[in-house]
Design a protein around this ligand. Structure first.
Ligand SMILES: [Zn+2]
Length: 315
């Protein structure tokens, strides 16, 4: 288990041992913390035939079936699709109503639960209101505010926090990566995001994207290229843009390099700070917050249109 999750696991396993697990849990916290590991282990514990001291035994029939990926009483919605529709939730609810094939409870995991459409969320609500006796529903979410309040209120909540930067840097070193504090901060401190960032060599992608953005005013023909760059890994890239705009504002306020979120790109934030007024930068930043919300997974509208609008407005 990831080192920063161990204290969280202890708390959850103690709840399970004390019989306080209930029927539904919402595991919340920023993306990139690996909350799925907590859900997987809770599922394993709930289904285990011989749990010991709040831990699954890892060798009973149930634990073995989970290892093979074909436990009949464990269901998980796929994590790849953009939205979770009502049919998927109904199927899952029906699964929880059936009796357990191995007689040791049933578990359903919903990763990125904020992807549920309104109809899907309403269907889930019915299951939460009338839970089957031995069932456990595990919702995982990074943006809890996008879940229906009625769903949130019917789940036990467990919040995972961003670990201290030193924990992340140590763990990265164990994975063979020498990350920097700046890179940890660019990824908002979430260890798995930093790992992805380093593995994908995203320093280069960030420099290219933000350099292109600063040049956009002089070379408006770059707009469609920039739009397609923003189309991949959109939330991460919009976050980089936001950091750049904030750094430009800080530069206008007289902050030095070391106070910037991205000191390596100080030349770019200086250029923006000289060319644009604070009002323009603030306005762009505010619109960017709205843009990020409009481009969230689970939103049905086409993100390209929103990205294009934002870039055109900047021009
Ligand atoms: Zn077991």
């Amino acid at each position: 288990m990831y080192p920063w999750l161990i204290p969280h696991w202890r708390a959850l396993s103690q709840s399970a041992e004390a019989g306080r697990l209930g029927h539904a849990w919402l595991l919340q916290g920023d993306a990139g913390l690996g909350k799925e590991q907590l859900a997987d282990r809770l599922a394993r514990l709930h289904l285990c035939h011989q749990p010991q001291g709040g831990e699954p035994c890892d060798h009973c029939h149930s634990c073995q079936l989970i290892d093979k990926g074909n436990h009949p009483d464990l269901g998980a919605l796929p994590s790849e699709s953009k939205t979770i529709g009502v049919d998927a939730v109904r199927e899952l609810s029906a699964r929880l109503q059936r009796s357990a094939q191995l007689g040791h409870g049933k578990v359903v995991i919903i990763p990125d639960a904020e992807r549920m459409t309104e109809a899907a969320a309403n269907a889930l609500l019915k299951t939460l209101e009338e839970p089957a006796g031995d069932s456990l529903l595990l919702l995982i979410a990074s943006q809890v505010s996008r879940l229906l309040p009625t769903i949130r209120s019917r789940c036990h909540k467990h919040v995972c926090h961003i670990p201290p930067e030193a924990v992340t840097l140590n763990w990265l070193a164990e994975q063979g990566h020498q990350g920097t504090l700046a890179q940890v901060r660019i990824c908002q401190g979430a260890p798995l995001r930093v790992l992805h960032y380093l593995e994908q060599d995203q320093d280069k992608a960030r420099q290219e994207l933000l350099g292109g953005f600063v040049q956009l005013v002089q070379e408006p023909t770059r707009i469609s290229g920039l739009c397609s760059q923003l189309g991949q890994d959109t939330q991460v890239r919009l976050h980089w843009l936001q950091l750049l705009l904030c750094d430009a504002l800080k530069t206008q306020g007289g902050c030095g390099h070391q106070q910037l979120a991205m000191p390596d790109l100080a030349a770019l934030s200086h250029e923006l700070a000289e060319r644009h007024s604070s009002e323009q930068l603030l306005d762009a930043e505010q619109r960017l917050v709205e843009l990020k919300a409009a481009c969230q997974p689970g939103q049905l509208s086409n993100p390209t249109i929103h990205l294009m609008n934002w870039l055109s407005h900047w021009l």
